[in-house]
Design a protein around this ligand. Structure first.
Ligand code: URA
Length: 219
């Protein structure tokens, strides 16, 4: 129910998914470009779909595209993405081998004043659930051996609203996700490293968690 007592409009990407039982990644990407499943498409420049091959053994899931990703149409190409690539390489993982995506496919932001810098806003649970069919479809196609969960929003989208990154980071979880048995290693979002007072220590923590993912993939 909304604050006025009227039933809340259901947000969902489901009607925008391509027909057919096993759409390819290019078909999903084309369909997602027209998604109007929640209001976030109105202010964003474009849908930012996942990037990578359908045979990636590792899937990385972030929160939502940021300012740079919204402009360029690719996930993790801004400052957080550059830090993530460096941390993956330091952990012995090749960023080019991973399928990279986000829980939410449109940039949500606010502006303090018109024409001022766009400031990231976290998506709501309702927006995350609306977007979940895209993530479920990507998981079904890529069928990764391991998912690295980048931060709280990705964790809630994949593992439920009680997810707390601090409780499980750097551990290997085995859970059912969208009806599929998955192995997941949660860690912090790379943006939290950029915001940290002790960036070096936060970065080492991220690399240590990614090393758990690297060891799990090679075992
Ligand atoms: N942060 C995310 O969670 N995803 C991106 O693609 C970029 C920044």
């Amino acid at each position: 129910m909304s604050s006025t007592g009227a039933p809340e409009e259901a947000y969902t990407a489901t009607p925008f998914l391509p027909d057919g039982r096993a759409p390819s990644l290019p078909a999903l990407r084309r369909a997602a470009a027209h998604c109007r499943g929640c209001p976030l498409h109105r202010d964003a420049t474009r849908t930012v779909f996942g990037r990578g091959t359908p045979h990636s053994r590792l899937m990385l899931v972030g929160e939502q595209p940021g300012d740079q990703e919204d402009r360029q149409g690719e996930p993790f190409v801004g400052p957080a993405g550059k830090l993530l690539d460096r941390a993956l390489a330091d952990a012995g993982l090749d960023p080019a081998d991973a399928y990279v995506t986000n829980a939410v496919k449109h940039f949500k932001f606010t502006r303090a004043e018109p024409r001022k810098r766009r400031i990231h806003r976290a998506p709501t649970l309702r927006e995350m659930s609306a977007c979940a069919p895209w993530l479920a479809a990507e998981l079904a196609v890529v069928s990764p051996e391991l998912i690295v969960v980048l931060g709280a929003t990705a964790g809630k989208a994949l593992l439920g609203s009680s997810f707390r990154v601090g409780e499980v980071r750097g551990t290997v979880l085995e859970r059912e996700v969208h009806g599929r048995p998955e192995r997941l290693v949660p860690t912090v979002h790379p943006s939290s490293v950029l915001r940290s007072d002790d960036r070096a220590q936060a970065y080492q923590g991220l690399v240590a968690d990614l090393e758990v993912a690297a060891r799990t993939l090679s075992s």
